[in-house]
Design a protein around this ligand. Sequence first.
Ligand SMILES: *Cc1c(COP(=O)(O)O)cnc(C)c1O
Length: 255
Amino acid sequence: MNKIPEATPEVVEQTRAEAVADRVADVRERIEQACQRAGRDSSDLTIVAVSKTFPMSAIESGTQAGLTHFGENRARQLRDKAKARPGANEGGDVRWHMVGHLQTNKAKFVARHADWFDALDNERVADELNKRAGYNDRAIPCLVQVNITGQDQKYGLSPEEVHPFLDRMAEYERLDVRGLMAMASFIEDPDDRDVVREQFQTARALFDTYDASSNPQVDMAELSIGMSGDFEIAVEEGSTMVRIGSAIFGPRDYD
Ligand SMILES: *Cc1c(COP(=O)(O)O)cnc(C)c1O
């Protein structure tokens, strides 16, 4: 009979590392299959592992499983984690993405510690980040957030606002706009999948139709769509960056 090992901290860590490795393998396999259905090459996809609310040990488990991009949605948590394990911008080997809404008074944390800001949706934050990136003598890769749900949402530009906003980003020499980010509606039943697919197609169309040829600050390289509940649809619809939290780290207590 197998004796259940005592739950020492080491055993708990080991168990988590194995669970994360298994889930990452599963996510990679599902991405691979979605790519095959869509005739895409899975090497064109980046996984941003959304580690918000999880401790550094979970991030270490992620790096052991080969992950290099991590996402946080609170500026202070990102700062604390980037201090523990610096991102590429600070000489480290991982990349920290700020995936959540940013208040201007916390832009300093992102300008200093984030490798990417994935939720740009207003000029006040753009002004502040641009200025502070200058203090840090760097440029910040950014994604412009679009609201594709057709509902009033707190965050994200409406689809009509996206191209004019991208035009205005030409003035921000320290912001390197690399594409778009969007979140679809939550899938509650199978019929919602068609709605989510249409939402992702809205993002894809905005991504494909922007002409950046006369805008030195914009390079439409990345389309960040797809989370744990919908990443296969997003991959089929052209995602280049999936932001996956619970399917890698397990359930969260809160957001
Ligand atoms: C939390 C979060 C995610 C990941 O959510 P999961 O459903 O756990 O995969 C992705 N993007 C943003 C902006 C988030 O806040």
